[in-house]
Design a protein around this ligand. Structure first.
Ligand SMILES: [Zn+2]
Length: 150
C-alpha cells in the first residue's frame, strides 16, 4: 500500500474569520445603507454644518446611537449646550463605546472620536468641557439616532 502524500485540507473558513464581525462592511455596503450626508460624515470623516443637525438643540431624555451599527454611544444626561452648533457631551455612554485617534488634518491637531464597534467617524473631543470630566465630545447629529427613554 502506497502512502498518500500529506495534503493541506481547506476547510473553507479563514483563520481570521473570528476577527470579523457583522459591522465590517465594505464602502459600497455603507454607501447603499446610508444617506449621502451620513456616508460623507461617518465613513469619510466629514463634518456637518454647525446648527444644522436635528440633535443639536435636543434636550429630551434618551439614548444616542450610532447611525451605522446602532451601538449605544451617548446618554442625554451627559449632553450640554456648548453653543458650538453640534451636539456636545461631557462623556460617552461607556469607555468602551468610542475610540479616539489623533487627527492632524486641516492644519490642526485634534482628537477624532469614532464608534468603537464600526469605526464610524463621529466628531472630535476637546478639553474645554464642563465638570465632571472637562471634556467636550463634539459630535455630528447626522451620525446619531435618538431613542427616547428614561
Ligand atoms: Zn457604529
Amino acid at each position: 500500500m502506497r502512502a498518500s502524500p500529506a495534503r493541506l485540507r481547506s476547510t473553507g473558513t479563514s483563520p481570521f474569520a473570528t476577527l470579523a464581525n457583522n459591522e465590517q462592511k465594505s464602502e459600497a455596503d455603507w454607501r447603499a445603507e446610508l444617506t449621502p450626508e451620513q456616508f460623507r460624515v461617518a465613513r469619510q470623516a466629514g463634518t456637518e454644518p454647525p446648527f444644522s443637525g436635528e440633535h443639536n438643540a435636543r434636550t429630551a431624555v434618551g439614548t444616542y446611537r450610532c447611525v451605522c451599527c446602532k451601538s449605544e454611544l451617548f446618554q442625554s444626561d451627559a449632553k450640554f449646550d456648548a453653543g458650538c452648533g453640534w451636539p456636545s457631551f461631557f462623556e460617552p455612554a461607556s469607555l468602551e463605546t468610542v475610540t479616539t485617534h489623533s487627527d492632524v488634518s486641516l492644519g490642526m491637531e485634534r482628537i477624532e472620536v469614532r464608534c468603537a464597534k464600526c469605526e464610524a467617524h463621529l466628531g472630535h473631543v476637546f478639553p474645554d468641557g464642563p465638570d465632571p470630566t472637562g471634556q467636550r465630545f463634539c459630535i455630528n447629529s447626522v451620525v446619531l439616532t435618538f431613542e427616547a427613554g428614561d
